[in-house]
Write a protein that binds this ligand. Structure first.
Ligand SMILES: O=C(O)C1=C[C@@H](OP(=O)(O)O)[C@@H](O)[C@H](O)C1
Ligand SMILES: C=C(OP(=O)(O)O)C(=O)O
Length: 409
């Protein structure tokens, strides 16, 4: 489905309920498989969460998790510990290009039996589940935090827990802390100091433990962008959010003050309000702790005709697509000038925004959603718009609710 987006009368006073965090959901689904007394509220309706649920509940021996990175990494660790179960874990063609060797080698250090069925270092994987007996692992921490979270999630079920030594600069740290916080809430003891993480063994959960997933902050980013690109006084309320979030992308509230957007926290929701124009000509950010909002921010800055220098983007090349190249290509179609390296993006101040450009989405949900707010400035087309279901299936319905006209082309 290709669509055209145009601004009509905005009803930005409306309330939008955003689905649960896919990161929290996929951790909790894995923990629920290990500790069945867990119940989960406000579960994410994303494809990635549904694929995780399906893989965990089906008895099929080939599990296909399509594009879901967290599902791929978390399930690799999970099935490595399922004594007597042999499965093949596979994914989309892009998933088969996303590296997994660091995690596989770490699990092998613990005693796991995992083989590559195709290309060494990449899915599909044949996993022969075993009781893992060792508890000490060293792994590179500068490629993806998901490898670390995967090991932490299974750690309490190992006889002696786990001791992880992280090598190199640790990337996406808030996602590691999210995993540790959820383990702590369950009653598992953990410690993270310097480059060492330890998790104690945790046998069984005697009583029912209810978790309520906070709504997804990465999904909220597109509304931050819409407000940033709106007139002063425009506001929108999003639920269900809290001030002390486990999600690193909640740094949006602070970042978007640079674009003139203020966030107020109510009981269970946030209100975003455009209170003033951006004061800085150049927005400078290090996003190593919040890589998923880089695309949103780049497009907001372009729409406001500001320049933007972002570093800490080294993980973007191995996500749903090479997001650095995709951003440069699509922003330049709109009239921008963008320089990229393997870990940074420099958007130069734009003098105009080309109308009716068709944005390619590269099977990446965040390419579609990040460019949508630009429709407040110029009519724009989004190719293969259904890609948003990876994290936010209701995105186009919600965009329409607030008054952006969506037409299929
Ligand atoms: O653990 C998680 O839930 C995630 C970790 C991040 O990945 P990296 O650690 O690979 O950057 C993030 O980009 C991804 O969307 C979700
Ligand atoms: C990178 C992402 O997801 P994953 O790595 O889980 O596929 C994302 O949602 O932006």
């Amino acid at each position: 489905m290709n669509i055209k987006l145009q601004k009509s009368t905005l009803h930005l006073q409306s309330n939008i309920a955003i689905t649960g965090s896919k990161s929290e959901t996929n951790r909790l689904l894995l923990l629920q498989a290990l500790y069945p007394n867990i119940t989960i509220d406000n579960i994410s309706n994303s494809d990635d969460a549904q694929l995780m649920q399906k893989a965990l509940s089906s008895t099929e021996t080939v599990k296909d998790i399509h594009h879901a990175g967290t599902a791929m990494r978390f399930l690799t660790a999970y099935y490595a510990t399922r004594d007597g179960q042999e499965i093949t874990l596979t994914g989309s063609s892009r998933m088969q290009e996303r590296p997994i060797k660091i995690l596989v080698e770490a699990l092998q250090q613990l005693g796991a039996d995992i083989q590559y069925t195709n290309n060494e270092g990449y899915p599909p994987l044949r996993i022969n589940g075993k009781k893992l007996t060792k508890n000490s692992v060293t792994l590179a921490a500068n490629v993806s935090s998901q490898y670390i979270s995967a090991l932490l999630l299974i750690a309490p079920t190992l006889k002696n827990g786990i001791s992880l030594t992280l090598d190199g600069n640790i990337t996406s740290v808030p996602y590691i802390n999210m995993t540790l916080s959820l383990l702590n809430e369950l009653g598992v003891q953990t410690n993270f100091e310097g480059n060492i993480i330890t998790v104690a063994a945790f046998k069984a959960l005697s009583a029912t433990k209810k978790f309520t997933v906070e709504s997804d902050w990465s999904s909220a980013s597109y509304f931050y962008s819409l407000i940033a690109l709106s007139k002063i006084g425009t506001e929108i309320t999003l639920s269900s959010y809290k001030k002390n979030s486990l999600q690193g992308d909640s740094c949006l509230a602070e970042i978007y003050t640079k674009f003139g957007v203020e966030t107020s926290f109510q009981n269970n929701s946030i209100t975003l309000c455009k209170t003033r124009e951006a004061t800085q000509e150049t927005i400078k950010l290090d996003l190593k702790n919040a890589p998923d909002i880089a695309q949103t921010i780049a497009v907001t800055a372009f729409g406001l005709q500001l320049s933007c220098e972002m570093i800490g983007l080294h993980t973007l090349k191995i996500k749903e697509t090479d997001r650095l190249v995709a951003l440069k290509t699509e922003l330049e179609k709109l009239g921008a000038s963008v320089d990229i390296t393997d870990e940074s993006l420099h958007l130069h101040k734009a003098t105009n925004i080309n109308e009716n450009i068709s944005i390619a989405t590269y099977k990446d949900h965040r390419m579609a959603m990040a460019f949508a707010p630009l429709s407040l400035r110029v009519p724009i087309q989004i190719e293969k718009a259904d890609v948003v279901s990876k994290s936010f299936p209701d995105f186009w319905a919600d965009i329409q609710k607030i008054g952006i006209k969506v037409t299929e082309t």
